[in-house]
Design a protein around this ligand. Structure first.
Ligand code: ARG
Length: 458
C-alpha cells in the first residue's frame, strides 16, 4: 500500500516506519501542501499535460480533503510517512485512481520545499506585523516618558542620566533592524522551487511561471538542484528569529530588574505576573523570565539546522526532514513572546520619581562637571582627574556634587563658578547631549517623529 511500493519485496519494518515518518509534525503543512497542489494541477491542465476533467476531479477532491483536514476529521497515518503522501492517499480514496495523476511532473522534493516557502513566507509577514506592533507600543510609552529621567547604565553601574523615552527608543531601533532583516530575506523566501522535480527538472512541458504567479512568488529558483537542496531561507528565518528573541530577552531582563524592589522603576500589571505557592507576598515576573529562557531554544534551532546542513552533499537528503520542528517551534515561541511583550509594555506602570531619584545619585553628572572645566580651558584629562578627586571626596562625606558649596567646589578647581549648579541638574545634563542620536528632549522628539513615520510605512 506504499505509494512507492512497486520496487519492494517486503513491507517496511515497523520501527523504520516510525523512525522515518514526519507526519507527526508536518501535518502542520496541510494548507500549504494543498495550495501548492491546486496550483500545480491547474497548470498541468492549462499545459495540456492532464485533461481538464481530470484536473477538475482532482481540484474538487483536494478541496474536500482540505475541508476534512480543517474540520479535524482527517486521520493521518504513520505508514504514509508524511503530509504529502497522506494527502495524496486521501485524495485517491476520495476520487479514485485519477488522484494518482496529481503527482505528474512533481516530486516530494520540490513539494516539501514549496510548502516550507509558503509557510515561512506567511510567518515572515506575521513577524513583521508583530514587531511593528511592539515598536508602536514602545513609541507610545516613549512619548509618555520624554520628561522621565533615569540613570543610564554601563557595566550595570550608574553612568549618565537619560530620558526614559531614549531608553525605550533604543529598543524601537533594535526591533526596527529585525524588521529590515525580515523584509530583506522575504525576497529569498518568496522564490519558487516547484517544477524542479526530484533533482533535475521534469520531462513534462510544465509552466513554472504560471504556478509562481498563482502562488504569489516573485521569482523562481534558476537551478533545480539548488531548489531541492536549499534550506538557507529557513536558516535565515531562524537566525532572524534568534536575533529577535535575543532582543526580547534583553528587554525582558530589564523588565525583571526594573520591577525588583532593588530598582523599583516599574510595576508590571498584575495580569501579567504570577504568585508563589508558598510565599504570600510574591509577585513574580514569570513572563519576561520565560521569554528570556525560551531565547535559548530558538538559538538552538538555528544551530541545529546549520549543523544538519553542514557538509550535506547535493541534493535532497533525508536529513533535511529535520528542518521542520525547529522552524515550527520557533514560530510558536516567537509569536507567544511578541504577543505578550506588547501588552506588558503597554500596561506597565512607570515610577518616574524613583527613576529620577536614582538618576540624581551615583554622580551621573560627573562627566558634565569635567566637560564644564574643559569649556573653561582645562584639558579634559586634567578635568577628569579633578572631578575624580571631587567624587572621592564626596563619597567620603556621603554627599553628591550638588550638595557641596561653591567654596568647596572651588577648592578643587578655581575655574568652577556659580552657574555650575544649574548645569549639573539631571534635566540639564540630559539636554546638554543635543547631538544627533543624543538624549536631549529636542533630539528625542525628532527621533520619535521619525520612528512614527517608519512604523506607518512598514
Ligand atoms: N518528509 C520529507 C521531508 O520533510 C519530504 C520529502 C521527502 N523526499 C524524499 N525523497 N524522501 O523532507
Amino acid at each position: 500500500m506504499k505509494l512507492w511500493g512497486g520496487r519492494f519485496t517486503k513491507p517496511t519494518n515497523q520501527l523504520v516506519e516510525e523512525y522515518t515518518a514526519s507526519i507527526g509534525f508536518d501535518k502542520k503543512l496541510a494548507e500549504e501542501d494543498i495550495r501548492g497542489s491546486l496550483a500545480h494541477v491547474r497548470m498541468l491542465g492549462k499545459c495540456g499535460i492532464l485533461p481538464m476533467e481530470d484536473v477538475q476531479a482532482i481540484e474538487k477532491g483536494l478541496l474536500i480533503v482540505r475541508e476534512r483536514i480543517r474540520s479535524g476529521q482527517a486521520e493521518f497515518s504513520v505508514a504514509l510517512e508524511d503530509i504529502h503522501m497522506n494527502i495524496e492517499k486521501m485524495l485517491t480514496d476520495e476520487i479514485g485512481p485519477v488522484g494518482g495523476k496529481l503527482h505528474t511532473g512533481r516530486s516530494r522534493n520540490d513539494q516539501v520545499s514549496i510548502d516550507m516557502h509558503l509557510y515561512v513566507r506567511a510567518h515572515t509577514v506575521e513577524m513583521v506585523q508583530g514587531l511593528t506592533e511592539l515598536r508602536q507600543a514602545l513609541v507610545e510609552k516613549a512619548e509618555e516618558h520624554i520628561d522621565t529621567i533615569l540613570p543610564g547604565y554601563t557595566h550595570l553601574q550608574r553612568a549618565q542620566p537619560v530620558r526614559f523615552a531614549h531608553h525605550l527608543l533604543a529598543y524601537v531601533d533594535m526591533f526596527g533592524r529585525d524588521v529590515e532583516r525580515l523584509i530583506d530575506s522575504y525576497k529569498r523566501v518568496n522564490t519558487m522551487p516547484l517544477g524542479s522535480g526530484a533533482i533535475a527538472g521534469t520531462t513534462f512541458p510544465i509552466d513554472r511561471e504560471m504556478v509562481a504567479e498563482e502562488l504569489g512568488f516573485d521569482r523562481m529558483y534558476d537551478n533545480s538542484m539548488d531548489a531541492v537542496s536549499d534550506r538557507d531561507f529557513l536558516v535565515e528565518f531562524l537566525n532572524h528569529a534568534s536575533l529577535i528573541m535575543m532582543h526580547l530577552s534583553r528587554l525582558s531582563e530589564e523588565l525583571i530588574l526594573w520591577s525588583s524592589e532593588e530598582f523599583g522603576y516599574i510595576e508590571l500589571d498584575d495580569a501579567f505576573c504570577t504568585g508563589s505557592s508558598m510565599m504570600p507576598q510574591k509577585k513574580n515576573p514569570d513572563v519576561p523570565e520565560l521569554i528570556r529562557g525560551k531565547t535559548g531554544r530558538v538559538m538552538g534551532h538555528w544551530v541545529a539546522l546549520m549543523t544538519t546542513l553542514k557538509a550535506l552533499p547535493l541534493t535532497y537528503n533525508k536529513d533535511m526532514q529535520e528542518d521542520k520542528e525547529g522552524v515550527f517551534d520557533t514560530v510558536e515561541t516567537l509569536t507567544g513572546a511578541l504577543a505578550l511583550t506588547v501588552p506588558m509594555i503597554r500596561e506597565m506602570k512607570v515610577k518616574a520619581d524613583v527613576m529620577k531619584r536614582n538618576a540624581e545619585k551615583g554622580f551621573t553628572n560627573a562627566t558634565d562637571l569635567a566637560d564644564y572645566l574643559v569649556t573653561k580651558g582645562v584639558p579634559f584629562r586634567q578635568a577628569h582627574e579633578i572631578v575624580g578627586r571631587l567624587v572621592l571626596h564626596c563619597i567620603g562625606e556621603g554627599k553628591g556634587l550638588l550638595d557641596l558649596t561653591l567654596e568647596e567646589l572651588q577648592s578643587f578647581s578655581p575655574e568652577i563658578d556659580v552657574d555650575i549648579f544649574d548645569k549639573l541638574q539631571v534635566e540639564s545634563v540630559a539636554d546638554a547631549r543635543n547631538t544627533r542620536g543624543g538624549t536631549s528632549k529636542k533630539q528625542i522628539c525628532h527621533v520619535l517623529d521619525k520612528k512614527k513615520g517608519e512604523i506607518n510605512e512598514t
